[in-house]
Design a binder for this molecule. Structure first.
Ligand SMILES: Nc1ncnc2c1ncn2[C@@H]1O[C@H](COP(=O)(O)OP(=O)(O)O)[C@@H](O)[C@H]1O
Ligand SMILES: [Mg+2]
Length: 324
């Protein structure tokens, strides 16, 4: 019954910096079932985009394994990756900066079709571009317009059209609605959902905003400083968050205790850094429930079926309501 399109094992990316080793992604395990959505959630800088780039093999992992569609692609080099690349696409946060401003909508969308020699006759290419535009809800009259003439929602639709042009199996959506007005966010999310159903797509959906993935993800993984701290089916995570960080993210209003603690820590110069992290739980310095035991890094353990959490005190915190 399990049919994962993607499995990531102990995936790690350490960047060498002049201050030391930056642990951008630090031994994460993920599984994405075919046709499903995995939400990857966490604050800016926690390693979400690096995870995306590693999976698409845009950068090389320090260690770990990436199994895509039954193939271990960890050591695939350029030529072997070329075939696979058609099946894996990226949608970015800022459609404007990822779209070539000198190209028209049709040129942008047709680019992968032409580059990969999918269609040769210009009338066939035109037909396909028009079809793709219709699929993503772009009016045909926009065929020869430029991205700067369009609003953020339409630009993101161009990015989506280009991403699905090669009929991929899997798309990493990296904050695809974060730059958009709330009213437009819902339209783009609905479009992505509809395309998933129609085309059988599997998504990793990256966001810093848990509320965005609420009704969108099948499973959610919460990331903190390079680690997965909690992972569960979406509904379970929202009903029953176990990790203090997840609880903090879920409490819609700002968390006063957390702010106070952070401020004090900032003054002491102890803010957690991804560079040369210590042995303690990475959230320890900001955690309201931190105890001596938290000076040892907790493992990600399965607390109930399919619900994983990395917190020594998860069992005790189970009953605690919502936020901190
Ligand atoms: N090429 C790089 N060289 C050095 N550090 C990097 C590089 N890319 C990302 N980082 C660092 O890795 C961490 C995670 O970054 P990123 O994956 O972009 O986070 P997110 O997408 O969650 O905001 C950050 O501390 C960032 O500064
Ligand atoms: Mg990012």
């Amino acid at each position: 019954m399990m049919d994962p399109i993607l499995e990531v094992k102990n995936l790690t990316k350490h960047f060498k910096t002049k201050y030391g080793l930056l642990h951008a992604v630090d031994g994460i395990d993920l599984t994405l079932e075919r046709g499903k959505t995995l939400g990857l959630v966490g604050e800016s800088g926690c390693g979400k985009s690096t995870t995306g780039r590693l999976i698409l093999k845009l950068i090389e992992p320090t260690t770990g394994q990436i199994i895509f569609d039954g193939k271990d692609i960890t050591n695939y080099k350029n030529r072997a990756m070329k075939e696979i690349r058609r099946d894996m696409m990226f949608i970015f946060q800022d459609p404007y900066s990822s779209l070539d401003p000198r190209k028209t909508v049709s040129q942008i969308i047709s680019e992968p079709i032409i580059a990969n020699n999918i269609l040769k006759k210009s009338s066939d290419i035109e037909d396909r571009v028009t079809e793709l535009m219709t699929t993503v809800g772009l009016a045909e009259r926009l065929y020869n317009t430029y991205p700067h003439e369009l609003d953020g929602g339409r630009r993101q639709r161009i990015g989506i059209a280009r991403a699905i042009a090669m009929e991929p199996k899997f798309i990493i959506c990296d904050e695809p609605v974060s730059a958009l007005d709330v009213s437009i966010q819902a339209q783009i999310l609905n479009l992505l959902k509809e395309l998933q159903r129609k085309l059988g797509l599997s998504y990793i959906f990256i966001t810093h905003d848990l509320s965005v993935v609420n009704h969108f993800s099948d499973d959610i993984a919460v990331m903190y400083l390079g680690k997965i701290v909690e992972r569960a089916p979406a509904e379970e995570l929202f009903l029953n968050p176990l990790h203090p960080y997840t609880k903090a993210l879920l409490s819609a209003i700002p968390v006063p205790e957390l702010d106070v603690k952070m401020e004090r820590i900032l003054i002491k110069g102890e803010i957690s850094s991804p560079i040369n992290p210590g042995e303690e739980c990475r959230f320890a310095k900001r955690c309201y429930f931190c105890q001596d035991i938290c000076m040892k890094e907790p493992k990600l353990l399965e607390y109930s079926p399919q619900h994983f959490v990395a917190c020594h005190r998860a069992e005790e915190l189970k009953g605690l309501e919502g936020g901190l």
